[in-house]
Design a protein around this ligand. Structure first.
Ligand SMILES: [Zn+2]
Ligand SMILES: [Zn+2]
Length: 325
């Protein structure tokens, strides 16, 4: 089967034929229909995340159809494969509903092969059944951008005025969830990023502007999707007393030092790591009531490098997705 391989971080992905791997008792073989291109893929590709499996097939926003294996799904069922590929179920984190923090966890497209390929193998216990209706490429961004965004949104509690810093794949889905909950959304983008700002306004953000522009009012919480550490003190300066700044990315540049005054007043900073299966069950149940629409730019599998380049330059409007079959 055809796949794109990362031999070593910093090198372009290369197309290769891979032998079908055998499947274990809880595993299913999946024909990949679409796979989202996440910023994390870019961090792995560029060597900003430690110790990937090598050679590696990237991709952890997989939508496909079951070909064989397992007992939970029937052949032909549509499933989603997320970032969390496996957790031990035995450590103190797993036993307390925090499998996202499991030190033994395995991650799709990072420590095991992912979805930049015609076929993939996944542990069925960590896959999500997906609804009929939307096309594969419309669902793919939900598997990470949607899930991590949802987890980050939950950590903002009941914050009414929500700032989203970095308006890409995740933020544009979170904005829709937040607006459906009656919150007010403020989108903060790179200076002059008219595309991201217009997308934010189209989706219902009441304000969209660059990091170089003053916000029209205080925020109750902020979620940082952009991997830029200097945004942490900036967002702390924008949230009101008791406000929380949630960092949703897996990687961020160093956070510059800042005066304690910015944190004073019971403001807090928190990161979001990975996801739990319960997050997914909750999100997909929510979406059955209030669907969100993913703005997607599609690319053929062979153009994954181009998609990653566009992500690096910040020129993808919404989410980038590879269409595979
Ligand atoms: Zn564990
Ligand atoms: Zn991701």
């Amino acid at each position: 089967m055809n796949a794109l391989i990362l031999d070593r971080p910093g090198r372009p992905l290369r197309e290769a034929g891979l032998p079908r791997q055998p499947i274990g008792p809880d595993e299913i073989r999946i024909a990949v229909g679409a796979c989202g291109v996440c910023r994390t893929d870019l961090h792995i590709r560029d060597g900003e995340l430690d110790r990937p499996k090598l050679p590696l097939v990237l991709g952890h926003e997989i939508v496909g159809r079951v070909l064989e294996g397992g007992t939970r799904f029937a052949p032909g069922d549509r499933v989603g494969v997320p970032w969390l590929a496996w957790a031990c179920g035995e450590c103190r984190f797993c036993r307390s509903g925090r499998e996202n923090l499991c030190p033994n966890a395995v991650f799709t497209g990072y420590t095991r092969d992912g979805g930049y390929a015609e076929e993939t193998v996944a542990d069925e216990r960590f896959c999500f059944p997906l609804p009929d209706g939307p096309a594969d490429h419309e669902l793919a961004p939900l598997l990470c951008a949607g899930l991590i965004g949802y987890r980050a949104l939950r950590f903002t509690g009941g914050a009414e005025r929500l700032g989203l810093y970095g308006f890409g794949a995740s933020a544009h889905l979170v904005a829709q969830l937040a607006l459906a909950q009656g919150r007010r959304v403020f989108a903060v983008t790179r200076p002059g990023d008219g595309d991201a700002q217009s997308l934010a306004r189209e989706l219902g953000a009441e304000w969209a502007g660059g990091t170089d522009e003053p916000l029209p009012e205080e925020l109750d919480a902020a979620i940082l999707f952009a991997p830029a550490g200097e945004l942490v003190p900036q967002a702390l300066g924008a949230v009101t007393r008791g406000g929380r700044v949630v960092c949703a990315g897996i990687h961020m540049s160093a956070i510059p030092s800042f005066p304690y005054e910015l944190l004073w007043g019971e403001r807090s900073v928190q990161s979001v790591a990975n996801l739990t299966r319960a997050d997914g069950d909750e999100l997909f149940a929510l979406l059955a009531e209030a669907p969100v629409h993913a703005a997607v730019e599609t690319f053929p599998l062979a153009e994954a490098e181009a998609a990653l380049g566009r992500l690096r330059n910040g020129t993808v409007r919404g989410a980038a997705v590879l269409i595979i079959s």
